[in-house]
Write a protein that binds this ligand. Structure first.
Ligand SMILES: [Zn+2]
Length: 118
């Protein structure tokens, strides 16, 4: 079964700016009223980086981390699951999933997983 993406972002009721993670006050207009929204649609890659020398708890050799923007404006960070040789570039469309990103005490920890949509 496909898991729902467990990300909740906060849209300012006054000016519409989207915050994720939560901020006490809107960064744009200082309002304190937000509505909760979920990321929707595909995710556009804004930036990415590959990390070697991973801390304990990761069993892979490296991680590719990306920041994406969903179609409704929510931005989030996730793990990009691709081969080392795969070509990545900013602006490309990624398919978001909620999947295992690492292991903690032998149990899978879930997070945002991104795969090239093409
Ligand atoms: Zn605002």
């Amino acid at each position: 079964m496909k898991k729902e993406i467990e990300i909740v972002a906060y849209r300012c009721k006054k000016c519409g700016k989207i915050h994720y993670p939560f901020h006490d006050r809107c960064l744009a207009c200082k309002s304190r009223e937000f509505e909760k929204i979920k990321p929707e649609g595909m995710a556009k890659l804004l930036t990415y980086t590959r990390i070697y020398n991973l801390p304990w708890g990761f069993d892979q050799r490296y991680l590719t981390i990306g920041v994406v923007e969903f179609e409704n404006g929510v931005r989030a960070m996730g793990q990009i699951h691709v081969d080392e040789s795969a070509h990545l570039e900013t602006g490309m469309v990624m398919k978001p999933e909620w999947g295992p990103v690492r292991k903690q005490y032998g149990e899978a920890v879930y997070g945002l997983v991104l795969k090239p949509a093409g």
